[in-house]
Design a binder for this molecule. Sequence first.
Ligand SMILES: *Cc1c(COP(=O)(O)O)cnc(C)c1O
Length: 480
Amino acid sequence: MKYIKGNIENGLTPITSSWMTHLFQNGPLLKDVLHEYGSPANIHHLDSFSENVTVFKEAIEHYEIAYQIYYARKANKCVSLVKRAFELGIGVDTASFRELEQCVQLGGTAKNVVLTSAIKTPNQIKLAIQHEIPIILDNLDEWNLTYKIASELQKKAKVGLRMSGFTVENEKLYSRFGFDIDMLVEDTISILEEEKYKDFIAIEGLHFHLDGYSTTQRGKALSDCLSLAEKLVLRNIQIKFIDIGGGITMNYLESKEEWEAFTKNLQHAVLHHLPTGTFSNNGLGYKNINGALEGKLNTYPFYNECNGIDFLRNVLDFKDAAGHSNAYKLKKQNIQFRLEPGRSLLNQVGITVAKVVHRKKDAKGQWLVGLDMNMSQMMSSSADFLLDPFVLYNENPSEEEVAVYFTGAYCLERDVLLKRKITLPQLPQIDDIVVFVNTAGYMMHFFETEAHLFELSSNLNFTQTEGNPSLENFTKDVEI
Ligand SMILES: *Cc1c(COP(=O)(O)O)cnc(C)c1O
């Protein structure tokens, strides 16, 4: 079998790892995998996860600050990744009862698990308190519930306060989450200081998780939390950790030029009512309103020059008005630095592999290639997943170039897996294979549903060994 990246010209070329290319070169094996485990199959490479963790660790250790990394497990459902996180000595950020329960079953403890769910039910809080796992509280009702459960259990709950409402460059950031930082100091904290709480709740930390991907905002938020921690010391509240949440950017694409050309061409097409190269001329967020270009690209920023540890360094190097960096203040105030990266730890960790089921030409003369998968199995909140897919041809492609859309199994008109048209050297045949790369972070699991009673996709781990890989190199995700 021969593999080809779609859109050889005008593409958005994804960064790929050697383990991925190794599999592309073993197309018949991927066919066996689909035969054995069904389509689509999510293939994970745990050693890439380990590498990401090591890179983060080394970058933070350079600052000589106390720290803990919590892998945000909501980004991917696989249990193997949680196991691997614990093996690597990092923690796990949980956001539901089952996420928390599984972590405890896998040996998670007060030291390496945190509970940050948006809605905290009594069973979550109870389990966390029983295991002394820190709970990140969002509001006073959660505080009161925690107090109630802790007093019933006659145990002290360890909590962090989720903060929001930071003022960055003279603008207050709105969030539906957390305690407002200004109100906390003026008002809320006096409530939390009531005597009756003392035996049952200990405020140990501050936390935030910001929308978007600004390092300035995160730098300022961390700086403000450090100042807040100083004020709290005066009230006998010793902050032990500050957690900056996730949202550390990741870079998916090889070329800045391709990314810029893509956005420029899309804008131009929307502005001039030209074909956008997307299904139904979807502007992916751009609109033409009375002849003017409005809106913005409504996708993840797939190309990021500042990503991963550079992003993190910008946050730690951020300086306050007095010229002191966050890293300096963390050390000076003896506060542990915590972070909860999800997506960025899953960089290069997974691919989604699916089988071609049918091809058809629609009434507009467009080629639609139906895959044995559905839109929920590769979906994020992005308007499109802007990475060129790979096609593995059973027979060597001739040179009859064709542009196609990949469509999925839901009964919805909008189940078009990629909005972007993909140009290929030849129309794929039935049983050819299509591979979407770098899908481990959110894409494969976050929105996956069982509509139509479709089975959930299978989750496999691929372990590279010497020589040619076989089906034995694939194992199913750990059942728990
Ligand atoms: C979603 C989330 C994360 C992880 O975010 P990424 O963008 O995947 O790094 C971390 N912490 C909290 C509280 C979250 O809601």
